[in-house]
Design a protein around this ligand. Structure first.
Ligand SMILES: [Zn+2]
Length: 258
C-alpha cells in the first residue's frame, strides 16, 4: 500500500486533504506582526534575510525622504544610514511589505492639521512615484512616533486602506473587513527582547488576537533594537506554533479586504 507521511493512500482522498488544509487555516487564532520602522539600510537587509529563512514576509515601514542627502535626522535614534527606493523595490519584489512611515518623520500631531495633511499627502505621492505597484488604497500608513489625532485619523481613513498608531488597545482584534485603525506597542530605547517575549506570551494566552509590535533595527541600530540571533531564534520558535501566523500588516488585512 502507498503511504504518504504515515497516512494510507486510501484515506488521503482529495476531500480529506482539503478539509485538513481548511482545519489548519482556521486554527490560526493569533497574528504576530513585527513592524520594522524607519528603514535602516543595514538592519532592513538583514531582517529580510532572516525572514526569508522561514519563508516569511517582513513588514518594513519607511520614511519617504529618509535616503536623501538633505534628510534632517529627526531624533537621536536615527543616525545610521537609511535604505533607498532601489533597496525598497528589491525587497518588495522578494515578497516583503514596504509601507509609508511619513514624509520626513515629523510628529504629525504636534503641528497644524493642514500641515500634517500636506506631509501625509506628500509621503503618499512620493511612494506612488518611487515604489513599484504602490497603491494608496492598499497601503497602511504608520504614524511617526505612533502619534495621531482624531482629526488626522478621520482625514486619512479614506486615503489609505488602514493606518497604524499607538496603543491602546495593546492587542488588535483579528482582521475584519472595514478595520482601518491598527494600534501597536513597542519598547526602547534599549533592547526590546524581554518586553517582546512577554507581549508574545500574553498574546498566546488569549483566545485570539493580533499583536503589532513596533520594532526598528537589529544589533544596536535604532530605537529599542534586538540582536539578529534573537530574531532568528524567535521566528524559528514562532513558526512552529500552530495557532499563530507571522504576517505583515497589509497581508493580514488583505485576507479580509478584497
Ligand atoms: Zn519611526
Amino acid at each position: 500500500m502507498i503511504r504518504i507521511m504515515g497516512i494510507s493512500a486510501a484515506t488521503l482522498t482529495f476531500h480529506g486533504l482539503f478539509n485538513n488544509l481548511k482545519a489548519n487555516e482556521s486554527s490560526k487564532r493569533h497574528i504576530i506582526t513585527l513592524a520594522w520602522d524607519d528603514g535602516f539600510k543595514k538592519s532592513s537587509i538583514l531582517t529580510a534575510e532572516i525572514f526569508e529563512k522561514y519563508n516569511l514576509s517582513a513588514c518594513i515601514n519607511v520614511i519617504a525622504t529618509g535616503h536623501l542627502s538633505d534628510f534632517k535626522i529627526p531624533d537621536k535614534y536615527q543616525v545610521t544610514e537609511k535604505g533607498d527606493f532601489g533597496l525598497w523595490n528589491e525587497l518588495k519584489a522578494r515578497g516583503h511589505e514596504i509601507m509609508p512611515h511619513g514624509y520626513k518623520h515629523a510628529n504629525l500631531k504636534n503641528m497644524p492639521l493642514k500641515d500634517a495633511q500636506d506631509l501625509i499627502q506628500a509621503c503618499l505621492d512620493y511612494f506612488a512615484k518611487n515604489l513599484n505597484d504602490f497603491k494608496p488604497e492598499r497601503a497602511i500608513f504608520s504614524f511617526p512616533y505612533n502619534d495621531s489625532s482624531p482629526e488626522l485619523e478621520d482625514w486619512i481613513s479614506d486615503k489609505v486602506m488602514a493606518f497604524r498608531t499607538g496603543a491602546p488597545p495593546v492587542i488588535n482584534p483579528m482582521p475584519y473587513k472595514g478595520q482601518f485603525r491598527l494600534t501597536c506597542v513597542g519598547g526602547g530605547p534599549d533592547s526590546i527582547e524581554e518586553d517582546l517575549e512577554q507581549k508574545i506570551k500574553a498574546l498566546l494566552e488569549l483566545p485570539s488576537g493580533w499583536l503589532i509590535y513596533n520594532t526598528h533595527g537589529l544589533n544596536g541600530e535604532g530605537y529599542g533594537p534586538m540582536r539578529s540571533e534573537f530574531l532568528d531564534r524567535l521566528l524559528n520558535r514562532l513558526v512552529s506554533i500552530d495557532s499563530a501566523s507571522i504576517l505583515p500588516m497589509g497581508k493580514a488585512l488583505a485576507g479580509v479586504i478584497k
